[in-house]
Design a protein around this ligand. Structure first.
Ligand code: FAD
Length: 253
């Protein structure tokens, strides 16, 4: 058919979804993982790193949450939420019971890994992911997508900062990925470690300051979390000669 209007054949990129909370994993008093099975439409297509806009019922607000699950899941999304702010959205999510229906719009955002067939993708022969707290959410999706789905062979490093040991989660998952993929390095950090903590302690910025990169100018940096960590990290990287186009940012607050 030659006379079909384009609008009738091209699906809108951003859609409104309804979904049902089918599983909730309370990791500790801060972080909870929500698993939402999509009701309508039943599938979502997104690029790892994108986020959704959650409707907070009874309010005019929508809040952004990075999709923490892999794009291959399609029939569901997982959101990792830091429940501390206790504003409209986190109060709503904190009280959400299994079976509850939510509404969100998405996918949105351009915090994604440049495709390997793009100029930027070809320039970034090594990838560094740097997160604090819930900033890990999009990286779980991006790193699993790169390693498992794309079989990307570039060196990939994840540096993830939390404050206290009791707030750790996903360590087994990332450690297992590192065991299975020789090109992946997982560096968890605690800024306030207990005595005799065997792993790295300090801030993620300490690693960016001290690490001897193979070629920092060919490394793509992905920074996600609070704005102070992101500003400090970006300043360090610019000072070390990284071009701004290789510093990819997602500020949560
Ligand atoms: C692109 C994007 C993606 C995001 N993805 C996630 C995600 O995957 N997981 C997640 O937990 N949050 C994420 N956020 C933050 C989220 O959108 C909300 O801002 C947060 O959940 C607080 O919402 P609220 O309505 O409860 O409180 P609000 O009324 O929005 O905020 C209350 C106060 O808390 C501050 N605040 C917001 N988040 C934090 C935090 N984590 N730690 C400390 N202070 C904070 C705000 O700046 C504000 O001062 C994302 C934000 C953006 C912009």
């Amino acid at each position: 058919m030659t006379n079909t209007p384009a609008a009738a054949t091209v699906a809108p990129r951003i859609q409104t979804f309804s979904a049902r909370l089918s599983e909730k994993q309370i990791y500790n008093d801060i972080y909870t993982l929500y698993h939402f099975e999509l009701s309508a439409p039943p599938r979502i297509a997104f690029t790892a790193g994108q986020y959704v806009l959650l409707t907070v019922p009874g309010t005019p607000y929508r809040r952004s949450y990075s999709i923490a699950s892999e794009p291959d899941l399609e029939h569901a999304i997982e959101l990792l939420v830091d429940l501390r702010p206790q504003g409209e959205a986190t109060r709503y999510l904190g009280g959400l019971e299994l079976g509850a229906e939510i509404e969100f719009m998405g996918p949105v955002g351009s915090f994604t890994v440049p495709r390997l067939d793009s100029v930027l993708g070809q320039e970034e022969s090594e990838l560094w992911f740097v997160a604090t707290g819930s900033g890990i959410a999009p990286f779980r999706s991006m790193i699993e997508d790169l390693l498992v789905d794309d079989a990307d062979t570039r060196p990939i490093t994840l540096v993830w900062g939390l404050r206290h040991a009791e707030h750790q989660f996903w360590y087994d998952e990332f450690t297992q990925l590192a065991e299975q993929h020789a090109n992946f390095t997982f560096r968890p950090m605690l800024s306030q470690p207990p005595a005799n903590w065997p792993l790295d302690s300090g801030r993620v910025t300490d690693v960016l300051l001290a690490h001897e990169f193979a070629d920092i100018s060919k490394t793509g940096f992905f920074l996600c979390g609070g704005s102070s960590m992101i500003e400090d990290s970006k300043a360090i990287l610019l000072k070390r000669g990284v071009e701004e186009k290789h510093i990819h940012l997602e500020k949560f607050f």
